[in-house]
Design a protein around this ligand. Structure first.
Ligand code: ADP
Ligand code: 5GP
Length: 190
């Protein structure tokens, strides 16, 4: 059986990583995680090669020049994130499904490239105010970076209709259930 792509996109702080992590813990869906490359610094607890491939800015640009990325975006000024072709091909060649935690523009681009072989899921916060609260509670970004992420979120939310499915992450367990249901339906074709 050939593998499929599961694209999970949302503004920063909407709960993509939490949902993907919890789905992986549940273990009901056979999927591997696409480890992106970035030039941002690791947060406490983040492991190189597990959460991201952490590159210097020079290394990131070398990989762009070498044509190693399926897609990449300068998601925030000076901060680059990209999906490596090798990550996707390794999974698909092995017949495995692969899940991508990727920004909204990147999600739309990958869906265009893979069409029916991909499902694109947009995770929506209950409100922008709640999104700000979650980013503040997460405590991983400075106020300045949170402001930057919120102003980008307002633009990204307008792109939700471009996705195959929108899941609202209000109650976390319900959001995980809904995401699991959508992915299972896509993978099994039911
Ligand atoms: P993203 O990966 O989209 O940037 P995270 O998964 O890191 O977002 O979630 C941002 C923060 O919000 C985290 O601290 C997470 O624990 C919290 N969070 C996620 N979902 C919910 C929810 N439904 N209710 C309250 N807090 C949530
Ligand atoms: P963070 O710094 O919070 O880990 O991620 C910031 C944003 O970059 C998130 O929206 C995340 O989904 C996005 N992102 C992570 N990896 C990729 C990638 O490979 N490509 C693109 N386009 N965005 C990514």
């Amino acid at each position: 059986m050939s593998g499929k792509l599961i694209i999970i996109s949302a503004p920063s702080g909407c709960g993509k990583s939490t949902i993907i992590h919890d789905l992986t813990q549940r273990g009901n869906i056979d999927m591997t995680f696409s480890v992106s490359a970035t030039n941002r610094k690791p947060r406490a607890g983040e492991i190189d090669g597990v959460h991201y491939h952490f590159l210097s800015t020079g290394e990131f640009h070398d990989r762009i020049a070498a044509g190693d990325f399926l897609e990449y975006e300068e998601v925030y000024p000076g901060r680059f994130y990209g999906t490596l072709k090798s990550e996707i091909n390794r999974a698909l060649d092995a017949g495995r499904n692969i899940v991508l935690d990727i920004d909204v523009k990147g999600g739309i681009n990958v869906k265009r490239l893979y069409g029916q072989r991909a499902i694109s899921i947009f995770i929506k916060p209950p409100s922008v105010e709640e999104l700000r609260r979650r980013l503040e509670n997460r405590g991983t970004e400075s106020r300045e970076v949170i402001d930057e992420r919120i102003s980008r979120a307002e633009f990204e939310l307008s792109l939700a209709p471009e996705f195959d499915t929108v899941v609202v992450n209000d109650n976390l367990e319900k959001a995980i259930d809904n995401t699991e249901r959508v992915i299972t339906g896509f993978i099994t074709g039911k």
